[in-house]
Design a protein around this ligand. Sequence first.
Ligand SMILES: Nc1ncnc2c1ncn2[C@@H]1O[C@H](COP(=O)(O)OP(=O)(O)O)[C@@H](O)[C@H]1O
Ligand SMILES: [Mg+2]
Length: 519
Amino acid sequence: MVTVALAVTSPAMVGRDEQLGGLRSALASATSGVPVTVVLGGEAGVGKTRLVTEFAAEAERDGTRVIVGQSVNLGGDGLAYAPITGALRELAAQLGTDALLAAAGPGRAALTSLLPDLPRRGDEPAGTSQGRVFEAVTGLLEQVAADRPLVLVLEDLHWADRATRQLLGFAVRALGSARVLVVGTYRSDELSRDHPLRLLLAELERVRTVHRIDVPRLTEHEVAEQLTALAGARPPADAVRRIHARSEGVPFFVEQLADLDDGTTLPESLRDLLLVRVEQLSEDSQRLVRLLAVGNDRVGHDLLAAVAAVDPDALDRTLREAVSANVLRVDGDGYAFRHALVREAVHDDLLPGEHARLHALYAATLERRLESGAGPRRAVTAEAAHHWFCAHEHEKSFAASLRAAAEARSLAAYDEAQRNFERALELWDQVPGAAEKAGFDHVELLARTASAANNAGEVDRARALVEAALTEARAAGDAVEPSRLARLIGFRALLLSELGLPGATDEMRRALELIPPDP
Ligand SMILES: Nc1ncnc2c1ncn2[C@@H]1O[C@H](COP(=O)(O)OP(=O)(O)O)[C@@H](O)[C@H]1O
Ligand SMILES: [Mg+2]
């Protein structure tokens, strides 16, 4: 039987006066027309979301508009623009679609390619460029904030995709005198030396209007306060000391420990501690929790029902059990883990075969839904490609990656396009008859990947890919027509000049010489 805890989340936020002060003065500055960006760092579970949520509630009470976007953890780099589109959907819900489109003004077309569910005018072209998307989003924020100051929260930027990072870098400078405060949170313990967010943070640190706020662990005194708030009475001093030491002052672990500190023998590591609660669930409920750990951060009810393939009553029962045991929480019309740390612990605990099987289950279900036209196409295709890859289903992952790349490219989400092309490249040798399946040869895949990389700003990578394409094309001799070779050489010349390297003009001349004269 599951023991249901009374208060699992501290009713009151303890400490954080300094950090709240920093956020308040940043908002005051933004409100007076000096836009400010705050990057808020701290380890997982330390209370970044809680701090931002409390601050946002206070700001809203004072008449500020708040929108929040969540980065999606899809393994590797996230889904293009995910936190931005999430925040803009919230804005659309607050303002209504018409007002949103009116506020977008000239950025309307770029905005509708970012949010395909918005109504599109007949005369609007479908594709767009990254620059237009950036301008449309900042223009929209500026316009909306003219009316009421705006706080844009971008959560968990360590999972954000490159397009989001670039947009943030752009917005910090482009917002002019808009009354906008951007708050980006990230896990400081997640940033390895070569993490791409590190570069952006270093770049932002040089901008005067960017402030960094660190969210530290709680002191023993603060842990005592949190425990008091949780239990409704002050706990004995030795319990405080024990829980403070065990949790290392991370409030999320304080909550877990407060709830379990009742004689249960606790595991050594904090990670395993997170599994204790899961292991107390019924077998069916645990199965469902494992299934959810393989899905996205948040899995919609319909998708979960389709993947789980159990009868609706049993599904509801097992879900309710996991929610009341505080492993899962209801999130809109879907489910999420109460905290990403729990999801990660469950995920890491899966057996390898189980891991692959569950991913394959998601992929197959998503593709069935795609065929029946449910859900936003691009996100679903990219997710299916990701799941097939994790399931080691090479052929299916290959096909889905190419489709996802093409769809991302049509949206100017070049980094996502590049990522999917790169995955297809990685899989090429493992897919029998890859060229027939793709509809083009390996040289062409290299060239398309190079082009996406170049558009995504990865010029060095683009050049390496073009060199590889050229080497292969030359080795193939007559099998590659001169005009294709010429295009590749021309592309390389373009990259050389973008990189400021010599030889671009000569290369271009050679490319032109290869093109057969008009008949
Ligand atoms: N200062 C605080 N006082 C009380 N509870 C807190 C505090 N900070 C965080 N918590 C609680 O700890 C848990 C983890 O916090 P969260 O904000 O989700 O962490 P993060 O976003 O940094 O991973 C949440 O349940 C939250 O309510
Ligand atoms: Mg958080």
